[in-house]
Design a protein around this ligand. Sequence first.
Ligand SMILES: [Zn+2]
Length: 196
Amino acid sequence: MSGALCLGGVLSTGAAPYGTARSVGASCAHGHDPVFEAALAAADARIPRDAAPGARAAVPGVLALPLRRGYRVTARYGVRGNWLAGHHTGIDLAVPRGTPVYAAGAGTVVLARSSGAYGNAVTIRMPDGHYALYAHLSRIRTRSGARVTTGARIADSGSTGRATGPHLHLEIRSKRPYGSDVDPVAYLARHGARLR
Ligand SMILES: [Zn+2]
């Protein structure tokens, strides 16, 4: 049983088919979804930056775990694979469908809608300029443009988009574009939330 993984995205040229990656449970192919990235870029451009000088450099404060129930890590961040980015850009946390999902950090919801390979997804811009992306949701409980606080319930987990089973794909980007992902475990840990 390889667990619940996300499969979305564009495989790089010559990529091995899904399931042939070396490590079982490490094959989330959350690659570049051009439709989603274009929608995210357009939405991001419409939402004003915080007016306060230096807002971008603000620290996000203490972060919260996105899940409060037990979860299983089915694909860690950064595992290598035959994807456009060359690695898994987030972390996969397997939980039953319908599990409440909370904002790890406060911020502005840039996009909250059905998003191709990511399924129903919520992307939040945080005060330090990082973006948190929550994917494969069964239900979205916020909307684009909303301001959310740390720990606010934003969604229910699911397996929408390209996923083999119910899980939360949490991705943290240092900038908006695909490929600027950072280790979500390290990022959360730096701000007081230990994923594992
Ligand atoms: Zn994933």
